[in-house]
Design a protein around this ligand. Structure first.
Ligand code: KIV
Ligand code: ZN
Length: 527
């Protein structure tokens, strides 16, 4: 392989899905995976198969349907590795990604029990053996094995070098150095990679990878420092979503390398014109809104506000633009659909936006589209994206809004009546509230006999104009976990009811999928 080519390992569907509140169902994951493949991502980490039946199923379906290297995550134990191997089985190109914790913080925190050794040094030896054994075991299923040293950013360098050497000795073809807590500085992280290249004697037998988190806003800078010092794989996510402050953002890394090719000779094979569609799809399905001023894909990334800037750009785009919007797939050619657009027109536009539709899915979205087009003269791309999220990929909804009636005004007490369908049952209740939205939430709580903690509630309009679709994003908390719900409608009260039910549906799905697992296994444990 060309030594300047950087492998893009996308972990939107695994680390990205660990973003607080984000949870994707299997069909949304498959749709995103197709889009990632269209963007020419080299490796898609499709999930953590042992962690739930739904994760297993998502990895298995992506392995069967999507044509690029598919990776599945596993801890360093046989059961996890076997589950990853089984889920990946249908993929022509597959990778098992196994990891052990290597920093003292993690070793003492997760491997405290004496069975891993009494002293820190005994525990460290146990980790080396576990890492070696797990890579060897993974090699019995696939040739392509990646090993990650979790919290490598805070791991003692000499010890990290020993672990990495053992993993390569066992057959790891990629060794990943994660800055799990987003703690390091670019100069420090780059030096770590350079030192590993010097100290690990078999390092030439594996590709060095970096996986940086953004707790200090340095994930992209650290990833670039990694490649300048010898890494040839970057792990990243679309829109930079991921645990806590997120992961390194794919679009920022890819465009930094492309825009500054005068400075660095490294390049990726990413089809950059698919970046915008990927960003929009991930945002619509996860409900994680991209901040307006986000580099590359934010709404303001290519808008010029001040008169001086506008004038400069009109005379010559290079004055204030270092890349064109077209290079990331933002098209000036805005196609607007409407009531008279047929199925073919809708299908063609959705395909252009990156969606792969079965006939049945097209039927669903077409029906929703015609309803929307009746309410709204012009249907824009962003309307279609939310329709896709709202209508096509809904699966196994436990609760559905059947009926809603709300009364409110400046001199009346807001009150709401809701009717909710759940399987064969129908639940109906009325309630009052501080405002119409509160009244709706209270009525839903009463009907379902629940009382959920609403952590955040946001309303925004999907496109512009008085008849625009309103999107409501809500986050509810259930113990340690939060769930994001999204609802759309031209009526924001109805969108609020739908978003609350969507969050409740995600909670139900999560509880169902994790019920068996919680009974059998504790994922917080190391092995
Ligand atoms: O951040 C991290 O260390 C990870 C590993 C599992 C690679 O996500
Ligand atoms: Zn991570």
């Amino acid at each position: 392989m060309d030594s300047n080519r950087i492998i893009i390992f996308d972990t939107t569907l695994r680390d990205g899905e660990q973003s607080p509140g984000a949870s994707l169902n299997v069909s949304e994951k498959v749709e995103i995976a197709h889009q990632l493949a269209r963007m020419k991502v080299d490796v898609i980490e499709a999930g953590f198969p042992i962690s739930s039946p739904a994760q297993f199923e998502a990895v298995r379906r992506i392995a069967a349907e999507v044509d690029t290297t598919i990776a599945g995550l596993s801890r360093a134990n046989e059961k996890d590795i076997k589950a990853a191997a089984d889920a990946l089985h249908p993929a022509p190109k597959k990778r098992i990604h196994t990891f052990s914790s290597t920093s003292d913080f993690h070793i003492l925190g997760k491997f405290g029990h004496d069975r891993y050794g009494k002293s820190l040094s005994e525990k460290r030896n146990t980790i080396i053996k576990m890492s070696y054994d797990s890579v060897k075991y993974a090699k019995t299923f696939v040739d392509d094995v990646e090993f990650s040293a979790e919290d490598a950013g805070r791991t003692d360098l000499s010890y990290l070098a020993e672990v990495i050497e053992a993993a390569i000795e066992a057959g790891a073809t990629t060794v990943n150095i994660p800055d799990t807590t987003g703690y390091t500085f670019p100069s420090e992280f780059g030096k770590k990679i350079a030192e590993l290249k010097k100290r690990v004697k078999n390092i030439d037998k594996a590709v060095i990878s970096v996986h940086c988190h953004d707790d200090l806003g340095l994930a992209v800078a650290n990833s670039l420092a990694g490649i300048e010092n010898g890494a040839r794989q970057i792990e990243c996510t679309v829109n930079g979503i991921g645990e806590r402050a997120g992961n390194a953002s794919l679009e920022e890394i890819v465009m930094a390398l492309r825009v500054r090719k005068d400075l660095v000779e490294y390049y990726t094979d990413i089809l950059t014109t698919e970046i915008y569609n990927s960003s929009k799809m991930v945002s619509a399905f996860t409900g994680i809104v991209v901040q307006r001023n986000k580099a590359i894909v934010g709404d303001n990334a290519f808008s010029h506000e001040s008169g001086i800037h506008q004038d400069g750009v009109l005379k010559n785009r290079d004055t204030y633009e270092i890349m064109t919007p077209e290079s990331v797939g933002i098209s000036k050619n805005k196609i607007v659909l409407g009531r008279h657009s047929g199925r073919h027109g809708l299908k063609a536009r959705l395909e252009y936006l990156g969606y792969k539709l079965s006939e049945e899915e097209l039927d669903n979205v077409y029906e929703a589209f015609t309803e929307l087009a009746d309410k709204k003269k012009e249907v824009f791309d962003d309307d279609l994206r939310v329709l896709m999220g709202d209508e096509v990929h809904k699966t196994d909804e436990v609760f559905e809004l059947e009926y809603l009636q709300v009364q409110s005004g400046s001199s009346s007490i807001p009150n709401a009546v809701v009717k909710i369908k759940s399987g064969e049952e129908m639940y109906e209740e009325a309630a009052i509230g501080d405002g119409p939205v509160d009244a709706v939430f209270n009525a839903i709580d009463k009907a379902l006999n629940i009382n959920s903690e609403v952590e955040s509630y946001q309303v925004r309009s999907v496109t512009s104009g008085r008849e625009a679709l309103g999107e409501v994003l809500i986050r509810i908390r259930n113990g340690e976990k939060s769930f994001m719900g999204r609802g759309i409608s031209t009526d924001i009260i109805e969108a609020s009811a739908k978003s609350y039910l969507s969050a409740l549906n995600k909670k139900e799905r999560y509880l169902k999928e994790n019920k068996d697992l919680n009974e059998k296994e504790d994922l917080s444990q190391a092995i």
